[in-house]
Design a protein around this ligand. Structure first.
Ligand SMILES: [Zn+2]
Length: 267
């Protein structure tokens, strides 16, 4: 048992280039489980390969909500700053279906109305629903990325009856974050929570039973312009100890119980 990171991107080239060091620093910080999330078939395959090299890493296979409509976006002449391996959605979803038994969660998936233009929202939602159904049929937890569509994403998940859900990097109103938690969903707090008021407020006010830790590394580090990595979940655990006014051991015990309740195994 130990600390965990439910949302990492260890396959990002910047982290992959120093894989052994990143994993060693995570272990030294007390991290025992890192869930590396896939974005598309190419990335999912890289996540699977990484998980087979390290017992610390558990794979989540997904289809990033922008990647879910990326070929259509590019065909419309839309620009996407992180343009990577556009893959037809049916192929990408089939990939997840074919490998569902190898992952500990389906993610990241969701709705993104920040990058994706309105004419594609319906198509994006249709693909999101397919992936949610796939996860539910296989009894896998779901890791959600949603931007500018939090309300709609929750509606869809409730309508479909999805209960094993973690919201990664939830960045909308704190009050709605508490509504999400009331539905039994989890919210993972990133490592920059001390300086990001929205996240520290969430951490302080969410029911403690619904809180998890993540980094979204290499993004969202606690130190500006410094590459984020899983070891930094310890920074958020320390912040939780302050905000909850309980010893770090009690924070860890609570978080481990939360992780096990969602993922079905101890971190
Ligand atoms: Zn992510």
């Amino acid at each position: 048992m130990g600390l965990f990171d439910v949302h990492a991107h260890l396959t990002d080239a910047r982290l992959a280039a120093q894989e052994a060091d990143v994993l060693a620093r995570a272990e030294a910080a007390g991290v025992t489980t890192i869930i590396s999330n896939g974005l598309n078939p190419t990335d999912n395959a890289a996540v699977a390969a990484l998980a087979s090299r390290s017992s610390l890493v558990k794979p989540a296979f997904g289809l990033y909500p922008v990647d879910a409509v990326l070929p259509e976006m590019l065909a419309m002449g839309e620009d996407y700053a992180y343009n990577r391996n556009p893959c037809p959605a049916d192929e990408a979803i089939t990939w997840v279906r074919d490998h569902i038994d190898e992952c500990v969660a389906v993610g990241e998936i969701g709705l993104d109305r920040y990058w994706v233009p309105e004419p594609l929202w319906e198509l994006q939602e249709q693909r999101f629903r397919e992936l949610v159904q796939l996860a539910m049929d296989a009894d896998k937890p779901i890791i959600i990325h949603t931007r500018k569509a939090e309300r709609r994403a929750l509606e869809v998940l409730i309508e479909m009856g999805a209960t094993r859900v973690n919201w990664h990097c939830y960045s909308s109103k704190v009050k709605f974050g508490r509504t999400i938690a009331e539905h039994g969903h989890y919210l993972s707090i990133p490592a920059n929570a001390r300086k990001a008021q929205n996240f520290s407020k969430l951490l302080a006010t969410l029911p403690r039973e619904q809180v998890l830790l993540e980094t979204d590394c290499p993004y969202l580090g606690p130190v500006r312009d410094e590459l984020n990595e899983p070891a930094n979940v310890a920074v958020t655990a320390a912040l939780a100890s302050e905000l909850w006014d309980v010893p770090i051991d009690a924070v860890q015990t609570q978080l481990e119980a939360n992780f096990e309740a969602l993922f079905g195994f101890a971190p």
